[in-house]
Design a protein around this ligand. Structure first.
Ligand code: FAD
Length: 520
């Protein structure tokens, strides 16, 4: 009786909410016949949430949203879609929807709200083995902040991070997962031993370097195209207790990049001789709001004079982690590592913070922006990987001649280098073909009326690169045509296509990336 009542409720809801265009009668009947009917939602709130993302620029309405109670629910949905003889039903896993261009959406399809799995999917369990040392098995739906909290109970933590921890494991592993630790440990995708993945045929497979390796390499950085990640086994290291967190200002771009490159070249050194985290950013008068919180009011005054004098400043940001064992030597080690850098004298600032507070630093800004009503606004972001050999041209052509002249950028502009040898070329993620490359992130926030202005600036930057032969790769890529995707993947395109044919032959998964679903 319960089932009948549920079906009637579903049926009433579906008929109330769904326009026939979104959910055809036969699809609707078929979905109702599935054992996951209870978990399929078509109420306006579920549909609305799945139709937007952090970017607030793209809107695509799905036909239904699956709130899975267990990973097997997802496998049932995908197998159903795969076995349907008629029009394909697309499916998109949605982590937290922190994408900015609709990548986790599925127009007229089903969005799988991964976070509904909560603790019913894989949770974080920490283990140890002689070959791997400490590692954690974590659910694809889990937030990195939850993984951190759980692993810290065992005095260990993942070694590679993103700046922001309220992202899902499956979401960042589908891209790369980068931050100031990447130069040393590689992106998050390089710190995975094994995964459970539900492919586009509904098969539920475990994959690793040795088991189903094609799926393993395809899914890491695979933009959700090959399967839905429900569990990942990630590398852990000893968790430090605190961080010495330092920012240094530069007015000279080549001194800035030489300093950063010097710091990341020390990745092979002993722990005491290498930095744990290296990032950097571009500072202008207009985006001062996004960086002054680090400095005291008196420093702020000096900083504003410096930025007025030079217009563009560059900031190297580093961190050295320590615990009880290294507490007595950390200052000396830090001094030794930084001694050859030539930042503007008197413009070096230091904080000593708990390790967790350092890792969770973006949350502080988020809460502040939320309080000011400035978090849920459009985010026309552009993230690029720029080859080291052209970063000086990028500084002149993009930072000075476009960004500074336009004078609209108020958000954070990140710029920091990484080592190519810390990336695994067998994975789907794409980077420039140079030993060292920079990530440049224009993390714009805009009003609802003027995001196009920022979008236009992004396009100008891309055009400048194209016209000047600067072979950039987009991170969190956003393209519309097959030609652009082919160009993006370069020599990896063929493997990417073959992987799609093998693991998602009906092209059901993550249509919002617009790689294979061109009419999407
Ligand atoms: P979603 O946006 O929901 O999904 C992203 C893509 O992955 C979609 O195509 C989706 O279908 C697919 N997907 C989601 N879950 C799964 C799964 N389990 N299996 C397979 N496919 C899946 N990135 C960095 O690398 N470093 C950073 O420092 C960083 N900082 C950020 C800060 C902020 C404030 C924000 C908003 C984003 C940041 N990002 C960063 C970008 C982030 O990595 C991406 O937004 C990423 O998509 C993760 O977000 P999500 O978990 O919400 O995934």
């Amino acid at each position: 009786r319960c089932m009948i009542i549920t079906l009637i409720t579903m049926s009433t809801l579906l008929s109330m909410v769904c326009q026939p265009k979104l959910l055809t009668d036969s699809l609707y009947q078929d979905l109702l016949s599935l054992p996951i009917a209870d978990n399929l939602h078509v109420d306006p709130e579920s549909i609305r949430e799945a139709s937007v993302d952090f970017g607030l620029i793209v809107r695509e309405t799905p036909a239904a949203v699956l709130h899975p109670s267990r990973p097997e629910d997802i496998a049932i949905l995908v197998a159903f879609a795969y076995n349907r003889p008629s029009t394909p039903l697309t499916i998109s896993a949605r982590g937290c929807g922190h994408s900015v261009q609709g990548q986790a959406m599925a127009r007229d399809g089903v969005v799988v709200d991964m976070t509904s799995l909560g603790n019913k999917g894989s949770r974080t369990t920490v283990s140890w083995s002689p070959s791997l040392g400490h590692y954690a098995d974590v659910g694809g739906q889990q937030l990195w902040i939850d993984v951190l909290e759980e692993t810290l109970k065992h005095d260990v933590a993942p070694v590679s991070w993103t700046d922001y921890l309220y992202l899902t494991v499956g979401g960042t592993l589908s891209n790369a997962g980068i931050s100031g630790e990447t130069f040393r440990y590689g992106p998050q995708i390089n710190n995975v031993y094994e995964m459970d993945v539900i492919t586009g045929t509904g098969d539920y497979l475990t994959c690793s370097h040795d088991k189903n390796p094609e799926l393993f390499y395809a899914a890491l950085g695979g933009l959700g195209q090959f399967g839905i990640i429900t569990r990942a086994r990630v590398a852990l290291g000893p968790a430090p207790k605190r961080a010495k967190w330092v920012k240094m200002l530069y007015s000279d771009f080549s001194a800035f990049t030489m300093g950063q490159e010097h710091l990341i070249s020390r990745h092979g050194r002993d722990q005491d001789e290498a930095m744990d985290y290296v990032e950097g950013s571009l500072l202008m008068r207009r985006n001062s709001g996004s960086w002054i919180s680090f400095f005291s009011p008196s420093d702020h005054q000096r900083l504003m004079s410096l930025v007025t004098e030079h217009e563009l400043l560059y900031c190297i940001e580093v961190a050295k982690f320590y615990d009880e064992r290294t507490q007595s030597t950390v200052d000396k080690d830090l001094e030794m590592i930084l001694k050859d850098l030539s930042h503007v004298p008197e413009f070096m600032f230091e904080k000593d913070v708990a390790y967790v507070d350092f890792l969770n630093r973006v949350r502080v800004s988020e809460l502040k922006l939320q309080g000011q009503g400035l978090w849920n606004v459009p985010h026309p972001w552009l993230n690029l990987f720029v080859p080291k050999s052209r970063i000086a041209n990028f500084n002149t052509g993009a930072f000075k001649n476009i960004v500074l002249k336009k004078n609209i950028t108020t958000g954070t502009v990140l710029i920091y280098p990484m080592n190519k040898n810390k990336w695994d070329d067998r994975m789907s993620a794409v980077i420039p073909d140079e030993d060292v490359f920079y990530t440049v992130g224009f993390l714009h926030s805009s009003g609802f009326e003027d995001w196009q202005e920022f979008d236009l600036q992004n396009k100008e930057v891309l055009l400048f690169c194209e016209d000047n032969g600067i072979k950039v790769k987009q991170y969190l890529p956003n393209y519309n045509t097959e030609r652009e995707w082919m160009q993006h993947f370069g020599p990896k395109w063929r493997t990417f296509q073959e992987g799609k044919a093998q693991f998602d032959p009906k092209m059901l998964l993550s249509p919002g990336q617009r790689i294979f679903n061109h009419n999407y």
